[in-house]
Design a protein around this ligand. Structure first.
Ligand code: DGL
Length: 257
């Protein structure tokens, strides 16, 4: 079984990419809704929490762990790899594809404060984008809108406008969605920025890496099952997740300590 986790439902944007490439594998999606959002919490909190969840999912029978969260990857990838015995796939904002796509040389990165302040992100900019201008934009409030399923709400539009307009005014032609919640806002974002701005989502690249790891670690297909766990209210999470995924699912509540 392949387990994916996020602070909430954002990682479903990664899970749907994994599912489309590995239709026969068993997947377990874990939403840490009780602690969502991670973006404004301390690095040590997100590290500790990721470790607890990683251990829980490993004990649950995961053969591969996907950290479907940029914030948790930034804070905890090293410690997860050091402490857990199973292979781990993490993620980071898609700066490399953004550098390949930009014509103006101005790249906007939308992500959580935690991801943007992290050392991993600084190293990423240094490695791939030292000749471009990278403008970062933390987006408080957007994760909460996605968690409510409020994709096309006026408040979501207002937040998007507040965060994206200044980037466009500075000449950005490529926007990196550096948080797994944001791909669910792709439609309103495209509507706002028009067709000439390239939008980068790393979900498909992460899913391709998962496929590679599955074959490298000889993880055999299962029965195409998908299970969903949350540390929050199963009913609330189920109703939003169904809206985001556009399919009927069952969510169960669990406790991780
Ligand atoms: N979806 C996560 C990310 O990719 C976490 C967002 C949050 O909980 O603040 O960063």
């Amino acid at each position: 079984m392949i387990a994916l986790f996020d602070s909430g439902l954002g990682g479903l944007s990664v899970m749907r990419e994994v599912r489309s490439r590995l239709p026969q594998h068993d997947l377990l999606y874990f939403a840490d809704t009780a602690c969502c959002p991670y973006g404004l919490k301390s690095v040590s909190f997100v590290q500790q929490r990721s470790l607890q969840i990683g251990q829980f999912l490993s004990d649950y029978g995961a053969r591969l762990l996907v950290v479907a969260c940029n914030t948790a990857s930034s804070a905890a990838l090293e410690v997860l790899r050091a402490e857990l015995a199973i292979p781990i796939v993490g993620m980071e904002p898609g700066l490399k594809p953004a550098v390949a796509a930009t014509r103006s040389g101005y790249i906007g990165v939308l992500a959580t404060s935690g991801t943007l302040a992290g050392e991993r992100f600084a190293r990423l900019v240094e490695r791939f984008a030292c000749q471009q201008t990278v403008i970062t934009q933390p987006c408080p409030g957007l994760v909460e809108q996605v968690e409510r399923g409020a994709i096309d709400a006026p408040r979501t539009d207002a937040l998007l406008k507040q965060y994206i307009d200044p980037l466009l005014a500075q000449g950005v032609d490529t926007l990196v969605l550096g948080c797994t919640h944001y791909p669910f806002l792709r439609e309103p974002i495209v509507h706002m920025v028009g067709p000439n701005i390239t939008i980068i989502d790393t979900g498909p690249a992460v899913a391709r890496h998962v496929v590679h790891m599955v074959s490298e670690h000889r993880i055999t297909p299962g029965n195409s099952t998908t299970h969903y766990l949350t540390t929050g209210s199963a009913d609330d999470v189920m109703s939003t997740a169904q809206r985001l995924l556009r399919e009927a699912i069952v969510v169960r509540t669990t406790i991780v300590t």
